[in-house]
Write a protein that binds this ligand. Structure first.
Ligand code: PGA
Ligand code: ZN
Length: 400
């Protein structure tokens, strides 16, 4: 029933205007699924390899498509094993993780289509009322996503007290709007970065004040708790030669960075801190987790790259207490599920995430529900971001 009869691949635009890979999978009973690969800008050193879209498509057509024809789309492991077999490397450098992830997601959707079930149900999940994934919404940012803005890559609204998905989603949009008001009152002009967050030319210290103020205002309006968090993307701040984190003219040693972040967690009651330290420094991650892990999430993105071996190293070292899951960092949905399972078995929270270069694909909304993730990071505004948020709202409304 779900046997794959064809896989077609094409180049489509991502949100930065770059080419990315879109895959269509058809099954013998007429099931159809479409998936598109996202793309990072502040990519981790250990991520699976994204090839230029045309090259990835040509290689996947030659090596992967023939192997996929006849495989059951409903057997995700078989689809993903066929992709791995066709590629033959550990990091998808032969066919590109962009084609791999697009096909992996498209096959899952085709199988769900055959069953007439929403993707999250096919992936083994259920929407559990109040226990929805809390959306982390990027409201101010800089780093690799916007030049001349903050050094810290992302300031994220975290509506931890929201009674429903819908209220959480709208709260984040309200914080985004409130940030614009606060910046306007301060006479600060702001463009937007790659993920739709405001990218004002202000210091990190000022950004903390602005976001704190915006969150307070919206919290008063909506009447439930909103906190905020950060993606520091510290591997991008870290200079290997200087062995220091570089903030413009200032630098911080690893110890100073730990001190700085621990101070921020307490001063701003941060709910979440992603990649506060370099992707190679498990030890520093462990030290920070030891200090503040009882009151905030310390999340590994570039640190773990959705890779079970790197996550196991982190678990052994006590580094971080949560993991960011980006299917394109590892190349298949099965690999992403393996990382989620290993995290769950070891008490690590999971955060399903978009990339800075995105498409209208909504798979991550389903993945967050299917895996019972505590959080989902999707941005706040902009069509490629609201595609996921609106899909979450539909899932909660049982309308997908
Ligand atoms: P990227 O950034 O998609 O550009 O890698 C997102 C992140 O670091 O979480
Ligand atoms: Zn990150």
């Amino acid at each position: 029933m779900t046997r794959i009869t064809s896989v077609s691949l094409r180049r489509v635009l991502d949100s930065r205007g770059n080419p990315t890979v879109e895959a269509d999978v058809l099954t013998e009973s007429g099931g159809f699924g479409r998936g598109a690969a996202p793309s990072g800008a502040s990519t981790g050193e250990y991520e699976a390899i994204e090839l230029p879209a045309s090259e990835s498509i040509a290689k996947a057509r030659e090596h992967a498509v023939p192997r996929l024809e006849g495989v059951y789309a409903g057997d995700q492991r078989a689809v993903d094993n066929a992709l791995r077999g066709a590629d033959g490397t550990d990091d998808f450098s032969a066919i590109g993780a962009n084609s791999a992830v697009a096909i992996s997601m498209a096959a899952a959707k085709a199988a769900a289509d055959v069953l007439g079930a929403p993707l999250y149900q096919h992936l083994g999940g259920a929407f559990r009322g109040e226990n929805f994934p809390i959306p982390l919404g990027n409201v101010v940012g800089g780093g690799e996503h916007a030049k001349e803005a903050t050094h810290i890559q992302e300031f994220l609204a975290a509506p931890v007290g929201a009674p429903s998905v819908s209220e959480a989603v709208f709260a984040n949009a309200a914080v985004h709007a409130a940030v614009a008001d606060v910046l306007d009152e301060r006479g600060v002009p702001a463009a937007k970065g790659d993920e739709g967050a405001w990218a004002p030319p202000i210091s990190d210290a000022d950004a903390f004040e602005v976001v704190d103020e915006a969150v307070d205002r919206v919290e008063d309006e909506v009447g439930f708790e909103i906190r905020f968090g950060l993606d520091m993307a510290a591997a991008e701040l870290y200079d290997d030669d200087a062995e220091a984190y570089v903030y413009g003219d200032e630098t911080k040693s690893a110890d100073e960075q730990i001190e700085y972040v621990a101070g921020l967690v307490d001063e701003y009651d941060l709910a979440y801190v992603e990649d506060p330290l370099d992707e190679n420094d498990y030890e520093a991650f462990a030290e920070l987790t030891d200090r503040v892990g009882d009151r905030t999430l310390i999340c590994g993105d570039d640190l773990f790259v959705t890779n079970v071996e790197r996550l196991q190293d982190g678990i052994d070292a006590g580094a971080a207490n949560s993991i960011l899951i980006k299917p394109n960092q590892i190349g298949t949905l099965s690999d992403a599920f393996d990382a989620v399972e290993l995290a769950a078995r070891n008490g690590y929270e999971t955060v399903i995430s978009h990339r800075s270069g995105e498409t209208e694909d909504t798979t991550i909304a389903h993945l967050a529900v299917a895996t019972d993730a505590g959080y989902i990071k999707t941005g706040t505004v902009g069509g490629e971001r609201t595609a996921k948020l609106n899909e979450l709202v539909r899932i909660a409304d049982d309308a997908v």
